[in-house]
Design a protein around this ligand. Structure first.
Ligand SMILES: [Zn+2]
Length: 158
């Protein structure tokens, strides 16, 4: 048992080192257009590095977003949750099936904006999938990830 933990820690350190290199190598990348395949690749890496692999993979859609760089969407069928049986403004965990997906804007000023946006949306996904936070907004659960982000050279902000 002990050995496995140690191996996991070493793996994490290696990932961190590799990611440091990635950030340096891609520093000059501008006008970056992600593809679903690339986004899925980085979802897996960030899941290992920041979320202890606790996130389940979700669909990542790339499209022109008008007001956001990215969005984490919780989708459910309103008809299966009768009005009045729950607060319509919170996510009805346990009352009906909720489907999650992430949307990313089609073009980012820099590569780092892409990776920070994806990681930001993944925090919201963690709030929804793992913590079952009914609000899953920029609350204390969200900002609790700031030190983790800092440790791998990423910023987490609204
Ligand atoms: Zn957000």
């Amino acid at each position: 048992m002990k050995k496995q933990t140690k191996q996991r820690r070493t793996k994490k350190k290696t990932l961190k080192k590799q990611f440091e290199r990635t950030l340096t190598v891609r520093e000059g990348v501008t006008a970056y257009k992600p593809t679903p395949l690339v986004a899925a690749h980085w979802f897996r890496k960030l899941n290992q590095m920041l979320f202890n692999n606790r996130l389940s993979g979700v669909e990542i859609r790339i499209k022109k977003l008008h007001h956001d760089w990215g969005r984490c969407v919780a989708d459910w069928d309103n008809r299966s949750c009768r009005k009045g049986t729950y607060n319509q403004r919170v996510i009805p965990f346990g009352k009906t099936d909720v489907y999650f997906y992430i949307e990313l804007h089609s073009k980012y000023p820099k590569w780092k904006d892409f990776i920070e946006t994806l990681a930001h949306e993944m925090v919201h996904l963690y709030q929804m999938q793992v913590m079952k936070d009914p609000y899953s907004n920029h609350n204390a659960n969200f900002y609790a990830f700031v030190p983790k982000f800092k440790s791998v050279g990423l910023r987490l902000y609204r």
